[in-house]
Design a protein around this ligand. Structure first.
Ligand SMILES: Cc1cc2nc3c(=O)[nH]c(=O)nc-3n(C[C@H](O)[C@H](O)[C@H](O)COP(=O)(O)OP(=O)(O)OC[C@H]3O[C@@H](n4cnc5c(N)ncnc54)[C@H](O)[C@@H]3O)c2cc1C
Ligand code: FES
Length: 261
């Protein structure tokens, strides 16, 4: 059932990313998502970027029309919400490499915070197109994480993709788990880079969603429903799927290669 909540705080995190906070008491775990409905627009799945207290949050990157409209919502705006849905990151690992690309950091930050509170060592490889777009860098640093940065244009940290940084960190330190969220091509590279070291990789995936209840098949990823079997999957389940990192399905179910719209 959908509840209407009021936006209590709006934070411009990066030039293209906004966090909206609202009071929503249902218990949520890091990794889970909600279906959020913005008046005048369609319902979108959004990971919870704040899960701990009644004050939940989503962090939205301006992509297409709906997510661009969200950038203009102000404190006091009302949005519809249902959930949380899906599974969570397993917080048991003691040494965790977090690899975030773009808005992927939105779901990784609350999970890393929860693991850090339990005493896990957190190392973060954070990537963005350019320095101002690095999402939640200060938030990762304030939880005591080692943060290594990559930008496509070299404006901060290593020039190039964050996968190069992740690759180096995997050779520098032992890890018990890798958590990753970002473009699927990136997650696939991270998963393959961790294979030789035998470190289990967990990917937070995205697909088109309608019901979020495992009933409509909109979010199919191979034999899985992302809404109920995921969104967090061990990479060993994803790597054998021909579509992982290559294609997704549009609202009509048509297969679309990543990178085309
Ligand atoms: C589990 C999950 C978690 C996500 N978490 C985040 C997050 O934390 N931050 C973030 O910025 N984005 C997140 N996304 C992506 C987000 O749901 C949208 O896909 C993205 O914002 C682009 O939507 P758009 O309307 O701007 O783009 P467009 O590509 O222009 O979409 C056009 C229309 O398609 C529909 N649509 C687009 N994507 C979806 C979708 N995945 N499911 C259903 N309908 C859709 C809507 O009707 C939308 O108006 C997540 C997706 C999933 C599946
Ligand atoms: S969104 Fe309907 S089955 Fe997942």
């Amino acid at each position: 059932m959908r509840t209407i909540v009021e936006v209590t705080e709006r934070v411009l995190e990066t030039p293209s990313t906004v966090t909206l906070r609202f009071r929503y008491p249902p218990i949520a775990e890091p990794g889970q998502f909600v279906m959020i409905w913005f008046p005048g627009d369609d319902e979108l799945p959004m990971s919870l970027s704040y899960t701990d207290t009644d004050s939940k949050g989503v962090t939205v990157k301006a992509m297409g029309e709906t997510s661009r409209n969200v950038q203009h919502l102000e404190v006091g705006a009302r949005v519809g919400i249902r959930g949380p849905y899906g599974n969570r990151f397993d917080l048991a690992a003691r040494r965790i490499l977090v690899v975030g690309g773009g808005s992927g950091a939105a779901v990784l930050a609350p999970a890393a915070e929860a693991a850090a509170r339990r005493g896990s060592r957190i190392v973060v490889a954070l990537g963005a197109t350019q320095a101002p777009e690095l999402l939640f860098r200060a938030r990762f640093e304030s939880m005591g994480a080692r943060v290594e940065v990559a930008t496509d244009d070299g404006s901060e940290g290593t020039r190039g993709f964050v996968t190069g940084v992740a690759d180096r960190l995997l050779r520098e330190e032992p890890f018990d788990a890798v958590w990753t969220c970002g473009p699927e091509v990136m997650m696939e590279k991270v998963a393959r880079a961790a294979e030789p070291a035998g470190v289990p990789v967990f990917c937070s995936t995205e697909r088109h969603m309608k019901c979020a209840l495992g009933m409509c098949d909109a979010c199919a990823l191979g034999p899985y429903h992302v809404c109920v079997d995921g969104p967090v999957f061990p990479a060993e389940r994803l790597l054998p799927l021909p579509e992982f990192g290559r294609s997704h399905r549009d609202p009509s179910g048509r297969r679309v290669p990543f990178g085309s719209r």
